[in-house]
Design a binder for this molecule. Structure first.
Ligand SMILES: [Zn+2]
Length: 127
């Protein structure tokens, strides 16, 4: 089945824009040194997988692939989608590890490890 010209045009624009924004975020966030902290690693990994999925989808809107290539693309898509599940589990484990750690703000309040600010007095928490 061939998609309608309107669908194809919108898909090119929407998927291409989303891909560009994802890659821009990856570059921007990577510059903060996020690959060195556990939460950043999970965020970046998930965005790399999603960007790869978007890239494959975008390429299928730009070019007409034959049946064999489309079949390979489908298997690649399925593999990438399958990677999202373990990354989300990894994210949950990291999130619970980070928030389970207790910190103390400069005014002596006990604060969850993932907090940016003390919820009791609003003092910024340094990590
Ligand atoms: Zn406090």
């Amino acid at each position: 089945m061939v998609p309608s010209p309107l669908y194809l045009l919108l898909a090119k624009i929407i998927i291409g824009t989303t891909l560009a924004c994802s890659v821009a975020w990856l570059i921007d966030y990577s510059r903060t040194g996020a690959w060195r902290n556990p939460v950043g690693q999970t965020l970046l990994t998930k965005t790399v997988i999603i960007s790869a999925l978007l890239l494959v989808s975008w390429l299928t809107t730009l070019f007409r692939f034959n049946f064999t290539v489309l079949n390979i693309i489908r298997w690649g898509d399925l593999g990438l989608v399958a990677l999202v599940a373990p990354v989300m589990v990894w994210r949950m484990v990291v999130f619970h590890r980070v928030t389970a750690a207790r910190l103390t703000c400069s005014n002596g309040h006990s604060v969850s490890g993932g907090a940016n600010f003390c919820p009791m007095c609003g003092v910024p928490m340094s990590s």
